[in-house]
Design a protein around this ligand. Structure first.
Ligand SMILES: Cc1cc2nc3c(=O)[nH]c(=O)nc-3n(C[C@H](O)[C@H](O)[C@H](O)COP(=O)(O)O)c2cc1C
Length: 181
């Protein structure tokens, strides 16, 4: 079945490791017949949640002038959402965290977004899988709260510089992730 997949990236490095995996995923997902819409958070204007709880009351998801307002309708329509990012300081990069935080607007706005599929693609410098817990665990718990099914996780340690991903099977794993949707 052809699905609508939204991909949200978090790296500011256009030729970096998580982008390479993202591109491998998208290529495979499209060749499997899915429609992919991609948002590069680092190239968007997205701030943090103001917790004003006025979401959707002014006719837009976030009451502030924020690029989340172009991303939210795509998430609402999607069958699946894939988050891709590097680890920054054992955690989720600020570039994508604002978008994740602003998904609170779906809760405040009473939008039913349950039943979607999701996945995570991440990488880090250190050669220790637990370094990625700071991305993996919050995304798993977010999925659980939203009643989304986590269909797969690509977690690649030991990549620092641009191009390092080519020394791993990260892009292969990212392409194989597409078969899980
Ligand atoms: C601001 C910043 C913080 C980082 N923090 C960590 C970290 O806590 N642990 C780690 O292993 N790597 C860390 N890294 C390294 C990146 O995760 C690594 O270089 C990754 O491959 C970058 O992915 P990208 O090429 O997709 O941007 C950090 C890099 C930056 C720029």
């Amino acid at each position: 079945m052809s699905k609508k997949i939204v991909v949200i990236t978090g790296s500011p490095r256009k030729n970096g490791n998580s982008f390479a995996m993202t591109e491998a995923f998208i290529k495979a997902a499209e060749s499997n017949g899915h429609t992919v819409t991609r948002f590069d958070a680092a190239m968007k204007k997205t701030g943090g949640c103001h917790a004003c709880e006025t979401c959707y009351r002014t006719g837009k998801p976030c009451s502030f002038d924020d690029d989340f307002n172009t991303i939210a309708p795509a998430i609402l329509e999607a069958d699946a959402v894939v988050f891709t990012m590097p680890v920054y300081w054992y955690s989720i990069p600020a570039q994508i965290k604002g978008i994740i935080d602003k998904m609170f607007s779906f809760v405040v706005g009473g939008k039913d977004i349950s039943g979607k599929e999701c996945a995570v693609i991440t990488c880090c410098e250190e050669n220790d899988m637990s370094v990625m817990d700071g991305v993996r665990v919050p995304m798993e718990r977010t999925a659980s709260l939203l009643k989304w099914k986590m269909v797969g996780e690509v977690l690649i340690p030991g990549v620092l510089n641009v191009g390092d991903i080519e020394k791993t099977d990260g892009c292969k794993q990212a392409a194989e992730l597409a078969d899980k949707f």
